[in-house]
Ligand binder design. Structure first.
Ligand SMILES: CCCCCCCCCCCCCCCCCCCCCCCC(=O)SCCNC(=O)CCNC(=O)[C@H](O)C(C)(C)COP(=O)(O)OP(=O)(O)OC[C@H]1O[C@@H](n2cnc3c(N)ncnc32)[C@H](O)[C@@H]1OP(=O)(O)O
Ligand SMILES: NC(=O)C1=CN([C@@H]2O[C@H](COP(=O)(O)OP(=O)(O)OC[C@H]3O[C@@H](n4cnc5c(N)ncnc54)[C@H](OP(=O)(O)O)[C@@H]3O)[C@@H](O)[C@H]2O)C=CC1
Length: 555
């Protein structure tokens, strides 16, 4: 591994220049150096200049943020190949252009006006042999690719094991095989998850072995039928909570075992949330992780959640993950570490925030920025045991849904709330595992990388989560959910506040009516209740008489 001199602030490290010269043509390096000379230079941004980059999962949440940052900071990159499958009646080009035409890419279009020409969509399905890539496309990919970022995965917790293995393990194996035939490849970056070893409490930046070899699992998926796979799934996943974490762990082992001589690194982000700073705060475009539950809470469906308030909420902003990923890509290609390095991209040990604090800040933000047309006023609680969870699920989730569906039926409309609520309860049951435990992830490699960056790179590719202000981040996150996921206009906030006031009044009326009915029934059945009632009534009568008498005397 090459060793370099310490970077001077804002300067150009000569040893880095000399090292780069071994990898690239001197003219290329020199012109890049000249281009950068006038201003403080980001070595990482310069590194991606002129490169052909292959991204899988580019149409996903993380993939989009990764592409955006690459185009914005290295507009002189050669091409980004994206492996895309046609979907929802859209062609590949339509899918890609829709992404490029979104708000996320507004800044990119300023710095890289020809972005449409620099992206090449390749038709590919990672579930198929050779990814169903045409011969010509495959030839182009193999002969040109310099860097691979493997982001594609199924992130569903409850996916069938066969499908999860296909995408998270077999596809990774196939991609490595492809990578081994790329003569110009400089680095292969695999995105895993910090929860791939969530059966452990303390997790180091190493690949942990799996009891059954991934190759055996891949083979068995080919001949076992679904019924048998269903039966053995709990035994295989063992003390992991789902097929997602299990297959991501297998994927890592495959990367380590079959990476051969490639320069490989593994990145393990924890729970990826909305962007923190770049290209703007609060960007998010899917319901995974906390986003769906923030909507459910803001719309008043989610009223209680089984979570441990003191457990660490290990969220990490999407732009932080992307900055680390690009820094790792550069470091892996340039420094060529001898072994596969694993980088934890987590917040818990450097800047912890717990679910209690996060929940309160989410609720506080709803006060300022309410969501439109809420079902009930947002006001959720954390519960910590089985009995209270069942009680609140019945009282706060199921009962209002049944009542509302009854009302919809009465008014000739189709009931839908019970179905929605069942879906929410299912989602809650899936995430409970993650919000009632804390993990410790060591971050030596990530911190080592941070210190290896020049001050300019530390600024442009900032992944120092210690600088994150959680309260501000969560507020922007909720705002982002409202703007970019729910597509609600800020102009609607006064009306949303009015709607919440009406809901509060309905709530008070409903509770008063309920109390009076219950009390009336109690009086009819119990002598004690009747006595208490007469006592209260006579006390009020005496108080009123006294008040009337004293006001007459004063007059
Ligand atoms: C003191 C005050 C307290 C106040 C609290 C109030 C505020 C609370 C906010 C804070 C909440 C904190 C909770 C945080 C949760 C954190 C989860 C952490 C998980 C970490 C794991 C590791 C991280 C990773 O590595 S991977 C990324 C994570 N992956 C996921 O999140 C995927 C999860 N999704 C699934 O597995 C499935 O979608 C599932 C099982 C949830 C649902 O499957 P199902 O088959 O039933 O439905 P779908 O076909 O998928 O979708 C149907 C329908 O539902 C919509 N939908 C999908 N996902 C969600 C969701 N998460 N929430 C809500 N809705 C969802 C989907 O869009 C579909 O809608 P259609 O309209 O039908 O299209
Ligand atoms: N989000 C999170 O909280 C975390 C994510 N991660 C990891 O980060 C990576 C990216 O996750 P994220 O962006 O959130 O996930 P998304 O679900 O948003 O994106 C998944 C991507 O994979 C693609 N994909 C899925 N199946 C296929 C297929 N058969 N052929 C081709 N492409 C396919 C999807 O394409 P399409 O658009 O066609 O569906 C999409 O582009 C994953 O490896 C995940 O494990 C790790 C920790 C946390």
């Amino acid at each position: 591994m090459a060793k370099f001199g310490k970077m001077e602030e804002g300067g150009f490290d000569k040893s880095y220049y000399l090292y780069q010269r071994n990898l690239h043509s001197p003219q290329k390096i020199l012109s890049s150096y000249r281009r950068q000379k006038g201003r403080i230079m980001s070595m990482i941004a310069a590194f991606y200049g002129g490169k052909s980059i292959l991204i899988t999962g580019a149409t996903g949440f993380l993939g989009k943020v990764l592409m955006e940052k690459l185009f914005r900071t290295s507009p002189d990159l050669k091409v980004i190949y994206v492996l895309v499958r046609p979907k929802q009646g859209q062609t590949l080009q339509q899918r890609v252009f829709q992404i490029l035409d979104s708000k996320l890419f507004e800044k990119v279009k300023e710095v890289c006006p020809n972005v449409h020409e620099k992206i090449r969509a390749i038709s590919a399905d990672l579930n198929q042999n050779d990814f169903a890539i045409s011969k010509e496309d495959m030839q182009e990919l193999l002969s040109h690719t310099n860097i691979v970022f493997h982001c594609a995965a199924t992130v569903r917790f409850d996916d069938h094991l066969r499908h999860a293995v296909q995408l998270n393990v077999t596809a990774t194996q196939q991609l490595l095989l492809m990578a081994s035939q790329m003569p110009k490849l400089e680095a292969f970056i695999h995105i895993s998850t910090a929860f791939s070893n969530c059966n452990l409490k303390h997790i180091d930046e190493v690949v942990y072995p799996c009891p059954v070899e991934p190759k055996k699992i891949i083979d068995s998926m080919e001949w076992l039928d679904d019924a048998i796979i269903d039966e053995i799934t709990p035994k295989l996943i063992g003390d992991r909570p789902n097929t997602y974490t299990y297959t991501k762990a297998l994927g890592e082992v495959v990367v380590q075992q079959e990476g051969g001589n490639l320069n490989i690194a593994i990145i393990r982000p924890s729970i990826v949330g909305a962007t923190w700073q770049e290209p703007f705060p609060g960007w998010v475009d899917n319901l995974n992780g906390p986003s769906g539950l923030i909507i459910a809470a803001g719309k008043g469906f989610l009223r209680s959640i089984r979570a441990t308030p003191m457990a660490v909420a290990d969220l990490i902003p999407a732009d932080t993950v992307v900055n680390l990923t690009l820094a790792v890509g550069w470091y892996t290609a340039v420094h060529r570490p001898k072994s596969t390095l694993v980088y934890h991209c987590t917040s818990g040990n450097l800047n912890p925030c717990n679910w209690g604090k996060m929940g309160l800040q989410v609720l506080a933000t709803f006060e300022k920025i309410p969501f439109e047309r809420a079902f009930r006023r947002p006001n959720a609680d954390f519960t910590t045991n089985n009995i209270t969870t069942h009680y609140w699920n019945a009282v706060s989730h199921r009962a209002p849904a049944i009542i509302y569906d009854f009302y919809l039926r009465l008014t000739g409309r189709k009931p839908r709330m019970t179905k929605l609520m069942n879906r929410l309860l299912r989602t809650l049951s899936m995430v409970e595992y993650f919000i009632n435990r804390s993990w410790e992830w060591s971050t030596y490699n990530t911190e080592m990388l941070m210190s290896a960056l020049s001050p300019e790179d530390q600024r442009v590719f900032n992944f120092d989560v210690r600088q994150l202000n959680w309260l501000e981040y969560i507020e922007n996150y909720v705002l982002g959910v409202k703007k970019y996921l729910l597509k609600e206009d800020m102009a609607g906030i006064p009306e949303a506040k009015q709607h919440l006031k009406r809901l509060r009044n309905i709530h008070y009326l409903f509770n008063t009516a309920l109390f009076l009915i219950a009390w009336r029934l109690l009086i009819a059945r119990s002598q004690v209740a009747r006595n208490v009632w007469f006592f209260i009534v006579s006390f009020c009568y005496k108080f009123l008489s006294y008040f009337r008498a004293s006001s007459t005397l004063n007059a």
